[in-house]
Write a protein that binds this ligand. Structure first.
Ligand code: FE2
Length: 280
């Protein structure tokens, strides 16, 4: 008979532990499932973005690694694409949980309630289905999302409809990076947005955001400034929610939170991070 119990208690500041019995077939094996804080010792065994994401493509991998690493740096092709305009936003530093910042970027369910003033479309309330392809220490997923393309300059003269589709590709690599490719079939062009998060203390993290932008005809200075301002507004909407969290650690026991089908990427994120925590 399968019997599962989960018990949580505060074991030490910033770290929660739970104990799960995995059933008779597992010999009542007990394993600890903890919440991942910014200062979890397991993070020492994977790379962290200790400097600007800018140097990812120029620094030798070893220079980025702390201790004995087992996660390689992401290889992001858009950094080398000459057609793209690169903009490094000023780092966003504050009272943030590193894993929670990444979870936010992977979540598609928040568009409808958090980004109503920027790109969320009324047609996007039902989250799209998506396949998730697991990779070593990460995963990739792609979907089409309805958006309100208020940042499309062709909307005002009614050359394009405001309601458009956007193809979104996410690539997550542990511990704290997301490469996001946003392709706009109606507007043309695509944005690649690279997020690296650096935990700084138990209660602080810095998020480094690099925009790699491309559109037909390139960007006039005003158009580029408008696009960057638009991305700032979107990030600001995300961070306003993150700043309201009391607990900055991410539960790795997936029974701690109430997950639904649309959280598949979030569940995968927790499982990848749990792999790092439990690696021998
Ligand atoms: Fe968001």
């Amino acid at each position: 008979m399968e019997e599962t119990t989960a018990v949580r208690h505060e074991a030490q500041t910033g770290t929660r532990f739970g104990t799960r019995r995995q059933g008779a077939s597992a010999g009542w094996a007990r394993r600890q499932l903890r919440a991942l804080s910014n200062v979890d010792p397991a993070l020492r065994r994977s790379w962290l973005p200790v400097a600007r994401a800018a140097t990812v493509v120029t620094s030798p991998t070893k220079a980025w690694l702390l201790g004995q690493p087992f996660v390689e740096l992401p290889d992001i092709g858009a950094f080398g694409e000459e057609s793209r305009v690169r903009v490094d936003l000023e780092p966003f530093s504050g009272r943030y949980g590193a894993a929670l910042l990444i979870d936010n970027q992977l979540d598609v369910a928040h568009f409808a309630y958090l980004h109503r003033d920027t790109f969320a479309s009324p047609d996007g309330r039902a989250a799209p289905s998506r396949e998730i392809v697991r990779q070593l220490w990460g995963f990739e997923t792609k979907m089409t999302v309805p958006i309100s393309a208020r940042n499309d300059p062709a909307v005002a003269p009614e050359d394009h409809p405001v309601e458009q589709d956007r193809t979104t590709r996410y690539r997550y690599l542990a511990p704290f990076s997301v490469e996001l490719e946003l392709t706009y079939p109606a507007m043309g062009g695509s944005n690649v947005i690279v997020f690296f998060v650096q935990p700084e203390t138990a209660e602080r993290s810095a998020m480094y955001v690099t925009l790699l932008l491309e559109q037909p005809g390139g960007f006039a200075p005003d158009a580029l400034a408008d696009r960057v301002a638009s991305e700032h507004r979107v990030v600001g909407e995300d961070l306003a929610l993150q700043e309201r969290f009391d607990d900055l650690a991410m539960p790795l026991d997936v029974t701690t939170e109430c997950h639904v089908r649309v959280h598949r990427a979030s569940l995968k994120l927790r499982r990848v991070l749990a792999q790092i925590v439990h690696a021998p």
